[in-house]
Write a protein that binds this ligand. Structure first.
Ligand code: IPE
Ligand code: IPE
Ligand code: MG
Length: 249
């Protein structure tokens, strides 16, 4: 093996740098099971999951992947215990604060998607500050989905468009796929090429329903806190073996 494939700091030599996904999306699942396997509280899984995410983001920079979008909290996750929900919200707030300087330094452009109006004012402020501080950055476009639901996002877009029609600003005939895309939280981001889901679950769980129309889906049994560069390398190798047809013969 070459040093590249052992250290995995540079793009592994068995990956084709011209055929990388430009946008990777990830459903970061399995934190609870990771902790349970070790007899630890679920919260420890979330903490380790955050560390795995940090390394994945850096890996995207190192390997030349332009955009990473991750599912951090779904609209359905409010159904968890108050202790877990509170822990996650505090973790997000702390991370946006603690990692901001490094994100600025590394040129990361942060975006947060989901219904942010219902987050706590302090989390909202931390998000707003981090987004503003990174808005002109030219590096990896890093999007975090918090209080995000794909159906809800489409409903919100429809409400905005309907309001514009009622106000006479646009015609019904102006509504097409591009217009709807532009009203989603992910406006300006290309659709993901690759969706990774960890922990072996073969479902989308309300993530990016519109945007994933033609994404390649990769499911691995690896639990999210264990999803490291080696696991990402495997996902990319698998992706590069796919034949993306987009409906053509
Ligand atoms: C994913 O891990 C993190 C969030 C949904 C916030 P889980 O917490 O769903 O972990 P499992 O699926 O219970 O193992
Ligand atoms: C999806 O994981 C949501 C996030 C990773 C944030 P869940 O653990 O909530 O999904 P289900 O319940 O297994 O579908
Ligand atoms: Mg889960």
């Amino acid at each position: 093996m070459t040093p590249n494939t052992t250290s995995l700091i540079e793009l592994p030599t068995d990956l084709d740098g011209t055929q990388l996904p430009q946008h990777v999306a990830a459903i970061m699942d399995g934190n609870g099971r990771w902790a349970k396997q070790r007899g630890l509280p679920r919260m420890m899984g979330h903490k380790r999951g955050a560390a795995a995410l940090k390394d994945l983001l850096r890996c995207c920079k190192d390997w030349g992947i332009g955009a990473l979008t991750v599912y951090a909290f779904s609209t359905e996750n409010w159904g968890r215990s108050m202790e877990e929900v509170d822990f996650l919200m505090t973790l997000f707030e702390n991370l946006f604060q603690a990692e901001l300087a490094e994100m600025v330094l590394e040129g990361v452009k942060l975006e947060v998607v989901g219904d942010l109006a219902h987050l706590s004012p302090s989390l909202y402020r931390a998000i707003d500050r981090a987004k503003t501080a990174t808005q002109h950055n030219q590096g990896v476009r890093f999007t975090v989905a918090i209080n995000y639901g794909g159906r809800q996002e489409i409903v919100r877009a429809c409400q905005t468009i309907a309001t514009q029609v009622r106000a006479g600003e646009i015609e019904v005939a102006d509504i097409d796929e591009n217009l709807l895309s532009e009203h989603l939280d992910t406006a300006n981001l290309p659709d993901p090429d690759l969706l990774i889901r960890t922990s072996g679950e073969m479902r989308i769980s309300n993530f990016l329903l519109w945007q994933l129309a033609y994404a390649e889906i990769y499911v691995t049994d690896t639990l999210w806190p264990d999803f490291d560069r080696r696991a990402f390398h495997q996902a990319l190798l698998n992706y590069q073996q796919r034949h993306r047809r987009f409906g053509k013969a």
